[in-house]
Design a protein around this ligand. Structure first.
Ligand SMILES: C[S@@+](CC[C@H](N)C(=O)[O-])C[C@H]1O[C@@H](n2cnc3c(N)ncnc32)[C@H](O)[C@@H]1O
Length: 196
């Protein structure tokens, strides 16, 4: 078995054993350990949350005092102590839904959005970056000053521009690739700390 396949299997097995709905859960766990995007008591919005691995992790970290709201186009099975809305993030009422659920702005926004992939990387990359800009428009209306964010980025032609754009909005940003992310996949993560 190739090393990459072994690693993929390792996280799939772990997710199954530990009751997480996706291997992606381990990426968030790892990045949160290093950068503390979410803390106990955080109000967290998760854009593109299906099947719900990140919601599960965010709920565990934010605890009883926190609140987690996940949004996805696809149906997501209920997750205890979290709220899920089946919605297109590009529709206009998403901001109202978030604010009315929290009763205030969010402390953290996490975003793992992926388009339906076509297999043509430049098309998929452009579509994913475009989803990220839609998520940023939401973020600008719902994130607390000093709040944190996390964005998945399909790496390609427009990613440097996206990272530069985010740099201006936060005290600190960092480009990272967690160990739980497969090496050949061209996904990166943009960690954003301290919304200005
Ligand atoms: C990689 S998955 C997210 C995995 C998730 N973080 C987890 O841990 O289970 C990406 C998601 O983005 C969602 N998505 C793509 N475009 C969307 C849109 N316009 N509105 C809402 N969700 C969208 C997809 O339906 C898909 O479920």
């Amino acid at each position: 078995m190739k090393l990459i396949d072994a690693k993929r299997d390792q996280y799939r097995k772990l997710a199954h054993e530990q009751g997480f709905r996706s291997r992606a859960a381990y990426k968030l766990k790892e990045m949160n350990k290093s950068y503390r995007i979410i803390g106990p008591g955080s109000y967290v919005v998760d854009l593109g949350c299906a099947p719900g691995g990140w919601v599960q992790v965010a709920q565990k970290i934010s605890g009883n005092q926190g609140k987690v709201l996940g949004i996805d186009l696809s149906f997501v099975e209920e997750i205890p102590n979290a709220k899920i809305i089946q919605h297109d993030i590009e529709s206009i009422d998403v901001v109202d839904e978030i604010i009315s659920y929290f009763g205030k702005k969010a402390d953290s926004l996490i975003c793992d959005l992926s388009p339906q992939v076509s297999g043509n990387w430049s098309v998929d990359h452009a579509a994913q970056i475009s989803l990220n800009y839609s998520a940023v428009r939401i973020m600008d209306q719902v994130l607390n000053k000093k709040g944190n964010a996390l964005f998945k980025v399909f790496d390609g032609e427009y990613s440097a521009e996206f990272f530069d754009f985010m740099k201006k909005k936060f005290i600190k940003t960092k480009r990272t690739k967690p160990n739980a992310s497969r090496k050949p996949s061209s996904e990166l993560y943009c960690i954003c700390l301290g919304y200005l």
